[in-house]
Ligand binder design. Structure first.
Ligand SMILES: [Zn+2]
Length: 883
């Protein structure tokens, strides 16, 4: 790795490309060790470029150049310069010209899974962000958009299926048992959206007719024998296509839409135009192999990638700093879709929980960066929770501030202005501002300032004037590279609740407040509500209207009141979470004293939860969420410093046992009653009933009585679907009991030849919070079914351990850190992308108590002394430096 690749790149240095490529014709001849790519590029100088007569620099990596010709004239070696990352032509013509380049690449040796590679015999590609340069020489940046025609040639036997972007235009046989297919994509697109697949694949087919009457042929390609697991993905696709027409007026634009599932994939899925490539875990589902959670993620990721057809493909990003422009917006769209096809408030809870668990720590740690980063060393490291999930919250805040209609008008205007172009965040926000007539200058800070804003609210009531004054102050904490911040434009949804639980009218300056929406724009602000007859309880940040950390002056009685009476389902859930979190942080702070989680207040929490779960008007999925206590990571985040993960684990375990014990009868009744009728169906209502029943089982088993453990084991044995089986296995996996080993062994015997199910078996053990979890994971690294080369298996074992087992990973003797450092280093040698992702688990090391900090630091320093990829170098060096 040369040092120049470790230089940071800056948004402020953006310059338009010197050359544009209007058309690409690729001729790809597939072969395992030497795929031949002949590319014909139609190139012209860019009229927008700063200077004319510049050299043409094409990106290229791991390629063997065979031939190069300009306007048909062969180049001699002196006519161009080759370096490890580029091919330079010093003085190309000043008018449009044609460049022909023939190269070889080695799909089998491609362990980075970027560019063209082979996974279980199938050729496939991954080009975002910079993989196309590993297929052919190109100006590999997102603001160079070309119309592309691809001819693929391969063996008839091993690659009967040949796919690429766009529409199929020709196919036929070639002597020597070969054949070819030609694809043409009429929509100009950047190179990162290029895709190609060649393999022996089975498929299922369907059709979709768009609102305008275009008949689209849909297909999903998988390994032969797995066709029976594609039905849910296909249904989800059709639902998403219809929803995007109805909600945003966006229709599909090609004659075919293809999805391919492969088992070796660095990401979840990729939105290549007309040919989405998926990690097979996000496509394949059958009741006995996939859980409700799998069905839900398949539905949302299929929708997400499909929605990119407009937000990402038709309008793309000018440069990689603008990644949130496609990702934040598309995540927002898939969240809206899921909220509409499932239960809105439950989806909001799941989204907020995910944000707080993953994005808040990122924002508070050494890797903090704005939703639109100002600099990066390796763009692969910026596919983060901040860019995706916080980026989605920023879009949601725009919709909240402007209203749904104006937001939709803004989006329409954005497409009208930028269809077929590479755009910026400013383009998007300007369209929103112009369509709504709102000034969004201050709002832009959400894209440029990192860190989670802290919002402090307190309410005072004046009985004489019958007014309630809400004081709001905001602080955005300093983050690496940004020591002082300006105030943000924050939508704050509020309600006032009277003593009998009624919503009180919200009147400010004689005007009724629409939807309870306040706009916080200053560091300190006071909102005075008039005509408030009696002291109200404020319900603040309803529906989680902004991604901020909220502190209030509410006392435990008021929080308990909200837990019972708040009409906003999100805040009713949040009140119980706050209450539980307060108890657990108090217990964790006091070390071994479990008083706060076993005393009277814990009993009150348990009873409030019982009231909520008995209320059938609330919906089963919602009641299931109510029973899930804040995670150990949530408690660690609340503590913020001197974190002792053992104390947190003890506090949470004690509170769960206390609840299981206090409301055991209610939970047992729910467990008995909440069985969905009939055969398995993944629909949201049935899934909600299973979730409720399993949440009750989880709290009941927390008491660890013999009867409870027997019940959990019975649940495992009687499970008729993967949801029940995997939840029972996960509940049992934490126990020090022979039934744990029995269940794990049984599960392995049954599923050892099903890779995706076996991933669950590895993950369950990696997440199990037991004193010997480090040794368990070390043992599994040597399991014959474990391989460092398969990203799914690596994430299942090492990723689950580092990200979802806080007490195991942060074990006081530092062994968890050493395990991660060793494995990440081994993976870094052949797949830097996956290694750097794993190393993100160190992001909160500075919040730990001193002994753990020292161990974590030592592990990071041992890595820093090694030869690392650019990806891992950036994560390690920033994690060490930014404290
Ligand atoms: Zn995406």
């Amino acid at each position: 790795m040369n040092d120049s690749s470790r230089q940071a790149k800056f948004l402020k240095d953006y310059a338009p490309p010197n050359y544009l490529i209007d058309a690409v014709a690729l001729d790809v001849s597939l072969a395992p060790k030497a795929a031949r790519v002949a590319s014909t590029l139609t190139i012209r100088p860019n009229p927008e470029a700063a200077k004319t007569g510049q050299p043409l620099v094409l990106d290229g990596e791991a390629l063997t150049l065979q031939r190069i010709a300009l306007n048909g004239k062969e180049f001699a070696p002196g006519d161009y310069t080759l370096s490890p990352g580029s091919l330079t032509i010093e003085a190309p013509p000043a008018e449009s010209f044609t460049l022909e380049v023939v190269t070889l690449c080695d799909p089998e040796a491609n362990t980075e899974l970027s560019g063209l590679y082979r996974s279980n015999g199938t050729y496939c590609t991954q080009c975002e962000p910079e993989g196309f340069r590993r297929i052919t020489y190109f100006v590999d940046r997102p603001d160079v958009l070309a119309v592309c025609t691809v001819r693929i040639e391969g063996d008839r036997d091993t690659t009967p299926v040949l796919l690429s972007n766009g529409n199929p235009v020709a196919s036929g046989d070639i002597p020597g048992n070969r054949h070819y297919a030609v694809w043409h994509d009429p929509f100009p697109k950047p190179s990162y959206l290029f895709a190609l697949v060649g393999g022996d694949l089975a498929s299922i087919h369907d059709t979709f007719t768009t609102a305008a009457g275009r008949k689209v042929a849909l297909a999903i390609y998988v390994e032969p024998g797995k066709e029976d697991r594609c039905g849910w993905a296909m249904e989800s696709l059709k639902r998403a296509m219809r929803w995007d027409e109805e909600r945003f007026g966006l229709e599909y634009d090609l004659d075919v839409f293809n999805i391919v599932a492969v088992s070796d994939f660095n990401m979840g899925a990729m939105e290549n135009k007309g040919l989405n490539i998926f990690n097979d875990k996000l496509v394949l589902a059958r009741p006995d192999t996939a859980s409700d959670a799998d069905y839900a993620s398949i539905e949302s990721v299929i929708a997400h990638e499909y929605f990119h057809n407009w937000t990402g493909d038709r309008v793309t990003c000018r440069d990689w700093f603008q990644l949130c422009l496609k990702e934040g917006l598309t995540v927002f769209r898939d969240q809206e879709f899921t909220g509409d096809v499932r239960m809105g408030p439950v989806e909001r809870i799941i989204t907020a929980r995910l944000l707080k668990t993953h994005q808040f720590p990122e924002d508070a740690g050494p890797l903090a960066h704005p939703v639109r980063p100002a600099s990066y060393i390796e763009i692969n490291n910026f596919y983060t929770s901040t860019v995706y999930e916080k980026g989605a919250e920023v879009c949601r805040m725009l919709q909240t501030l402007l209203g749904r209609d104006a937001f939709r008008k803004g989006l329409d205007l954005y497409f009208e202005r930028h269809d077929g172009e590479a755009a910026t965040v400013e383009d998007f926000v300007s369209a929103m501002a112009d369509a709504s007539g709102r000034d969004l200058t201050q709002f832009m800070r959400w894209y440029t300032q990192s860190g989670t804003p802290e919002l402090a609210c307190s309410l005072d009531y004046d009985p004489h004037r019958k007014t309630a004054r809400l004081k709001v102050s905001q602080v955005v904490p300093p983050t690496p590279g940004q020591s002082s911040k300006e105030p943000m434009h924050i939508p704050l949804k509020v309600g006032l609740i009277g003593a009998n639980g009624d919503e009180l009218p919200l009147k400010i300056d004689g005007e009724e407040l629409a939807e309870g929406l306040l706009e916080v724009t200053e560091r300190e602000q006071v909102f005075e509500f008039q005509n408030v007859p009696a002291p109200p309880t404020p319900s603040l940040l309803r529906d989680f209207s902004a991604p901020v950390r909220l502190t209030t002056n509410l006392n435990p009685d008021q929080v308990e009141f909200l837990m019972m009476h708040d009409s906003d389902p999100f805040n009713r859930w949040q009140a119980a979470q706050t209450y539980a979190n307060n108890l657990m942080t108090a217990a964790a702070r006091s070390g071994l004293d479990t008083g706060p989680v076993t005393g009277t207040e814990a009993g009150r929490l348990a009873k409030a939860l019982a009231t909520t779960v008995r209320d059938e008007t609330l919906g089963a999925a919602y009641r299931a969420e109510a029973l899930k206590l804040p995670s150990e990571s949530d408690v660690a985040r609340e503590l913020g410093h001197d974190v002792d993960t053992d104390a947190i684990h003890a506090a949470r375990g004690a509170l769960r046992a206390k609840i299981g014990d206090t409301i055991g009868d209610t939970l047992a009744e729910i467990y008995q009653a909440a069985t969905p009728p009939g055969p398995f169906s993944p629909d949201p209502e049935s899934a909600g009933l299973r979730a409720l029943r399993n949440a009750a089982l989880d709290l009941l088993t927390a008491t660890e009585t013999d009867a409870a453990i027997d019940r959990a084991m019975r649940h495992y044995r009687e499970a008729s679907n993967m949801t029940d089986a995997i939840i029972a296995l996960s509940i049992l996996s934490h126990l020090q009991s022979p039934v744990r080993d029995e269940a794990l062994e049984d599960f392995y015997k049954r599923w050892q030849d099903e890779p995706l199910v076996l991933d669950k078996w590895f993950a369950v053990q990696a997440r199990a919070t037991r004193p010997d979890s480090v040794e368990t994971v070390r043992g599994l690294l040597g399991h014959p079914k474990f391989s460092l080369k398969n990203p799914n298996r690596v994430r299942a074992l090492i990723g689950s351990f580092a990200q979802a087992n806080p007490s195991g990973f942060n074990r006081a003797d530092g062994e968890g850190y050493r395990l991660l450092a060793d494995q990440a280093l081994a993976i870094d040698r052949f797949n830097p992308h996956v290694a750097a992702r794993l190393l993100g688990a160190f992001e909160s090391w500075h919040t730990l108590e001193r002994r753990r900090q020292a161990h974590a630091k030592a592990a990071l320093e041992s890595l820093a002394n090694q030869e690392l990829s650019t990806d891992s170098y950036e994560i390690v060096s920033k994690t060490l430096a930014g404290t």
